[in-house]
Design a protein. Structure first.
Length: 270
């Protein structure tokens, strides 16, 4: 996987396949492998680009220039310019959707289509923001994700009935445990605070193109429940597709459904 230096830090990204370009924006606390089933399916027909968030995977630490989600959108645009990609299909999950929507609003002429998955463009509800900030403070104080927090944080990303002995759950739990103190303090904690203190841009959603936008959400998504997805789809005027048997990381919990939905959507818009 190649790198590009943006804002003095190396951004790690996957670039696989040929055809119209599709950029996949990842969730907080997940590296590019969260999209493995989609990369395999989409790269048969599309050029799939997957940048890894700062401090995640092989990307460098969060640049000091990043003060808001608009900066993540600007950096994604810098990656597209580096790759000489004039037009893109954006698929963003969680924070990937938060910055993808901002990018679509900033440069609509560059966006062929937009899929917002398990995400929310409003501000974080205050009770949730305080809760997440308390978790981040515990991680910061410990310089690690303590054992006691692993089974508090990991279940947030999955449907309630997930088998906690499954490889999907255990691999993610182990990945949380593997974050170094340096990565946690320099990138993960400050990026989390930035995400959970984001501004509300719901009033801008009517400016997105309803004909080229799709909202998707896991039926059992706890942090980003279907009611939020329905609110955004109504504001945009676009379709909403609920993903059965899936929580927040719907692309991994029901990959076949997600792959079919993306391929069906992209064939008409890419």
């Amino acid at each position: 996987m190649p790198f590009v230096v943006i804002d003095d830090q190396p951004l790690h990204y996957l670039d696989q396949g040929h055809g119209p370009a599709v950029l996949l924006g990842s969730s907080y606390l997940w590296d590019g492998n969260m999209w493995a089933p989609q990369i395999e399916a989409l790269s048969q027909q599309y050029r799939v680009i997957v940048p890894e968030l700062w401090g995640h995977g092989e990307s460098g630490q969060l640049p000091t220039s990043v003060q808001s989600l608009d900066d993540l959108a600007r950096q994604a645009l810098a990656l597209l310019d580096h790759l000489d990609i004039a037009h893109i299909n954006l698929v963003g999950l969680s924070v990937g959707g938060m910055w993808a929507a901002r990018l679509a609003l900033q440069v609509p002429e560059r966006i062929n289509s937009l899929v917002l998955m398990d995400t929310y463009l409003g501000a974080e509800p205050e009770a949730a923001r305080q809760y997440y900030f308390s978790l981040l403070k515990m991680i910061e104080d410990a310089g690690a994700i303590p054992e006691s927090l692993l089974d508090v944080i990991a279940p947030i990303f999955f449907r309630p009935c997930i088998d906690r002995e499954s490889a999907l759950y255990q691999d993610f739990r182990q990945a949380l445990q593997n974050f170094s103190k340096e990565r946690l303090l320099q990138s993960i904690v400050p990026l989390g605070r930035l995400i959970f203190s984001r501004t509300n841009i719901l009033d801008q959603l009517p400016h997105l193109d309803a004909n080229t936008t799709l909202v998707m959400c896991g039926e059992h998504d706890k942090p980003r429940p279907p009611a939020e997805a329905r609110e955004m789809a109504d504001l945009i005027g676009c379709s909403l597709k609920l993903i059965p048997d899936a929580g927040h990381i719907s692309c991994r919990e029901n990959p076949d459904f997600v792959n079919e939905a993306l391929l069906t959507f992209l064939v008409n818009h890419a």
